[in-house]
Design a protein around this ligand. Structure first.
Ligand code: HEM
Length: 337
């Protein structure tokens, strides 16, 4: 597999225009601009990845899109541990740009953002120890010092991706959504000072994995069954990985594809560092995926070290077919026209 880009910018915008025809123009302009910038970087041997996603607010009364909203695309609800800052939440449109570093991604976002888009919030992320594990999963070390990615579904397994990540035909979703996916973003602040004061043993119990190499506390094997550890002797019952994925047949459908970044945003008014994780995950059904996992995480051992402050629910527009006249979101616009 290819590595995820080491730098990324997530930028949310509201659309400034007022009717469906003008919205189609925005999407056309954006599609051309994305094609140009990706092509220009490819021409000099550099990879730039751009995804364009839409938020629930795009389906309000402005464009007459109400009847075409992806079923699960609602405004991201407030979960129990959240202290959401409205200035870092939601948006009509989300651009995710990945590049060799955050500075490059930033310049691409600036190029794509036209006068028809009003900036709402943006966060720059990085993956410092970006690597591929032996099992072919993308892995990075977060600002708590732990490796992430091991529990992800295998992106090379197309059947698994079709089951967990991509929206297909049927399933009650509007036809235009086929080939898209729900994207959840969570800006999660870390209480790094509190965390750094904990012993490594305590930190490992919080996640359920070893800090040095990410091996599960149940032993070397990546595949294990929590039924062999019913009272949490090896992996505590409130450990992050145990709550996030209990590995039972009943919870298999809630698996999600995580593609997070670290972020470092300076210090707040009280002099505390604003840093943590730009949690990003993709799934076929946001309720069955992220929301189910997030509800299971309520009360987990990690809660006291993290503070979700922003993000949103979005739907990644299906890719372009390559035929003349196609543009990102065309199937949606056509359905509503
Ligand atoms: C709050 C900050 C978070 C941190 C620091 C964090 C960190 C980690 C780490 C270190 C792992 C173990 C390595 C791995 O399996 O990839 C992990 C696994 C996982 N996390 Fe998180 N995570 C956070 C938030 C979340 C959230 C918000 C969700 C979803 C609602 C989530 C879902 C998962 C899942 C599904 C796994 C895989 C578990 C498995 O399959 O065994 N995490 N996370």
């Amino acid at each position: 597999m290819t590595l995820p880009p080491a730098g990324a910018v997530l930028a949310a915008f509201d659309v400034r225009v007022g009717d469906l025809g003008a919205l189609a123009d925005v999407l056309r302009r954006l599609s051309v601009a994305v094609g140009q910038v990706v092509g220009r970087f490819a021409g000099v041997g550099r990879l730039v990845e751009v995804t364009v996603a839409v938020g629930a607010s795009l389906f309000d009364t402005r464009f007459g899109l109400g009847g075409h909203r992806p079923r699960g695309l609602v405004e991201m609800p407030v979960f129990p541990n959240d202290v959401l800052d409205p200035a870092r939440c939601h948006g009509d449109l989300l651009l995710q740009v990945g590049a060799v570093d955050a500075a490059t991604a930033r310049s691409v976002v600036d190029e794509l953002a036209g006068a028809d888009l009003v900036p709402r919030w943006r966060v720059e992320g990085f993956r410092d120890e970006n690597a591929v594990t032996e099992a072919g999963r993308a892995s990075d070390r977060n600002l708590f010092g732990f490796r992430e990615g091991a529990g992800n579904p295998d992106v090379r397994d197309e059947a698994e991706m079709d089951r967990l990540v991509w929206v297909g035909n049927g399933g009650g979703e509007p036809v235009w959504t086929a080939g898209g996916t729900y994207q959840v973003v969570r800006v999660i602040r870390f209480a790094t000072a509190l965390w750094d004061g904990e012993s490594v043993g305590r930190q490992e119990a919080v996640f359920g994995r070893r800090k040095a190499d990410g091996v599960p506390l149940s032993g070397e094997a990546e595949s294990f069954d929590y039924r062999a550890d019913p009272s949490g002797q090896l992996i505590a019952l409130d450990a992050h990985i145990r709550r996030a994925n209990p590995r039972t047949p009943e919870t298999a459908g809630s698996r999600i594809l995580r593609r997070g970044y670290s972020y470092r945003g300076g210090v707040d008014a009280a002099g505390r560092r604003d840093e943590g994780m730009l949690f990003v995950c993709f799934q076929q059904d946001v309720e069955r995926g992220f929301a189910t996992v997030q509800r299971r995480l309520a009360g987990e051992a990690l809660d006291r070290y993290v503070l979700p402050v922003g993000g949103g629910y979005f739907f990644v527009l299906p890719g372009m077919s390559g035929s003349a006249g196609d543009y990102l979101g065309r199937a949606l616009i056509d359905a509503a026209s």
